[in-house]
Design a binder for this molecule. Structure first.
Ligand code: HEC
Ligand code: HEC
Ligand code: HEC
Ligand code: HEC
Length: 422
């Protein structure tokens, strides 16, 4: 083989004359780019409420499209499109699958968590993703591919929860070892570099890499940030997209080796992708049209008065409140079109979880925004007879239901209270 190549070069050299310098046998070729995302967990828009917000399917699309030429790029998703199984999760799962197709996903792992959505929803995900759902852990489920080949790679997914998957979707489950052995055999026959999407944690991924050194790359799940450098076990690289789709990982493959690992945080420097932006809009209108906000369970409660009514007797407190951000909290959501989104509204109005609480700006205008009674509790009785029905004492605990780390990471009672002291 080498001889042949040498002879060929010699022939070429003759044709091109003395000016030709023989190139090394390993011609420098453009590397393949591999983009790894996943663990969207239902976070379609940037997670959290404080700037800089990161993540979301719209920015991910922009970042992915900018990452490499489509025909030399492998786009992977480790799965876990959503975290729950409610109606909103179904609409989310369909939206994420559609967005993945739009960014040219090559393989999407079927995780035990996503399988809980059931056969018909998994069927939808298969269709909307462009038949990119892959799993070596199960056999005999329509639409699920055993592996996917692109360029020098062959990719599959394995889940330690394969029994759970077949319980939801039917078919037969394979043990982790049997699934992996079959996959690695296939990779050998196809002469492709094997990549595994692993529906498990890093400890499990390390064990797999030790037992099967021919695996070139393992994508694992992690509930924290994307590490600044990849983990390595021998020649195998272990990478994760981290949590809530806040980042993607980009790496390059050339000459049988990985390089150029980069964790790309999906910050505001990535504009919203137009195509996926339209999908996100459709998602929000579906959530609105199906009236999911109106279907939320509510607990019985006393009646609310509304902040204006409180203000009639507590003008100084009212003035402070009116000038605070709390008084505009629903407008904040309206600006982004998320004012009918059950994921958002609860912390931006009064008493969404209670049967006498906020319904909509038109039905309950006095309970729009974060009002006096978001912190003090229902106060209609107190408003009708202040001394007969005193308001309960409140303190720092009244903030914590909304100022949670995900949405208000810098929350500190002392400094926050100063801004709204009344
Ligand atoms: C009709 C006038 C009136 C309205 C309306 C009213 N309050 Fe009061 N509020 C009072 C008076 C008077 C007191 C003092 C009562 C006392 O000292 O027993 C008071 C006391 C309070 C206190 C202190 C509690 C305490 O026991 O020290 C809070 C908190 C409070 N009001 C919140 C509210 C909120 C919230 C609303 C709206 C839901 C509201 N008030 C509506 C008249 C009113
Ligand atoms: C668990 C309660 C909670 C939920 C759920 C929630 N928010 Fe918020 N949001 C907050 C709090 C608290 C703040 C203020 C954070 C701060 O300043 O520390 C905030 C602030 C914001 C801001 C202002 C950010 C800025 O700095 O200008 C936006 C925009 C926002 N939220 C949008 C949303 C959207 C969209 C959703 C749904 C996807 C949502 N929120 C869900 C509690 C929540
Ligand atoms: C973001 C939460 C929050 C909002 C909104 C809010 N309050 Fe308060 N309010 C508190 C807390 C907490 C305290 C107690 C502070 C302290 O420890 O002294 C308090 C104290 C008070 C007091 C004094 C009670 C006392 O014991 O001296 C009154 C009166 C009052 N609020 C009325 C109102 C009215 C009227 C509004 C709306 C116009 C309002 N508050 C909006 C959280 C809130
Ligand atoms: C019902 C949910 C809710 C409760 C309860 C709540 N907040 Fe907020 N808070 C919000 C939201 C939502 C925002 C952001 C509003 C916006 O910008 O649209 C916010 C914003 C703020 C801000 C403005 C932050 C900034 O950077 O200017 C302060 C300060 C604040 N809250 C203090 C408190 C304190 C103190 C308490 C408890 C006494 C409290 N909040 C209770 C939801 C809540």
């Amino acid at each position: 083989m080498n001889m042949g190549r040498g002879l060929l070069w010699a022939g070429v050299a003759v044709v091109f004359g003395a000016g030709f310098v023989a190139r090394p046998a390993q011609e420098p070729i453009k590397p393949w780019v591999v983009i790894v995302g996943g663990s969207t967990d239902g976070y379609l828009s940037p997670c959290g409420c404080t700037k800089p917000m990161s993540g979301g399917i719209r920015r991910r699309a922009t970042a992915t499209r900018a990452s490499g030429e489509p025909d030399r790029t492998l786009v992977l998703d480790g799965g876990n499109l959503v975290a729950g199984v409610g109606r909103q999760d179904e609409i989310k799962a369909e939206t994420v699958a559609e967005s993945l197709r739009s960014i040219g996903v090559d393989a999407l792992n079927l995780t035990a968590s996503d399988a809980r959505l059931g056969s018909s929803m998994v069927g939808s995900i298969v269709r909307l993703s462009g038949s990119r759902v892959v799993s070596a852990s199960i056999e005999g489920v329509d639409g699920i591919r055993r592996s996917i080949v692109k360029g020098p790679f062959v990719v599959t997914g394995i889940s330690p929860g394969s029994e759970d998957i077949v319980r939801r979707l039917g078919g037969r489950s394979l043990t982790r070892d049997a699934a992996l052995a079959a996959f690695l055999d296939e990779a050998k026959v196809l002469d492709r570099t094997p990549i595994l999407l692993w529906d498990g944690d890093r400890i499990g991924a390390e064990a797999l890499a030790k037992a099967h050194p021919s695996l070139a790359l393992i994508v694992y799940r992690s509930g924290s940030k994307v590490p600044a450098t990849p983990f390595r076990v021998g020649e195998t690289w272990l990478v994760t997209p981290g949590e809530k789709s806040k980042a993607i990982v980009r790496l390059e493959f050339s000459g049988g080796k990985w390089s150029q690992y980069r964790a790309v945080a999906l910050g505001p420097e990535f504009e919203d992708d137009a195509q996926v932006g339209a999908m996100f809009k459709t998602y929000l209108s579906r959530v609105g049209e199906e009236r999911l906000l109106e279907k939320l369970p509510r607990a019985p409660s006393a009646a609310f008065a509304g902040s204006k009514r409180c203000g009639s007797c507590h003008p100084a407190a009212y003035k402070v409140w009116k000038e605070s951000r709390h008084a505009d909290a629903l407008s904040t959501l309206e600006k982004g079109g998320q004012d009918r989104d059950p994921d958002c509204v609860g912390c931006h109005v009064v008493g969404l979880e209670l049967d006498r609480g906020f319904r909509s700006r038109s039905e309950t205008p006095q309970l729009s925004d974060v009002g006096c009674e978001s912190c003090h509790g229902p106060g209609a009785a107190h408003s009708a007879g202040p001394t007969k029905a005193p308001m309960p004492q409140v303190g720092a605990a009244s903030c914590r239901s909304c100022h949670v780390p995900d949405h208000s990471p810098g929350f500190d009672y002392e400094s926050y209270w100063k801004k709204i002291a009344h």
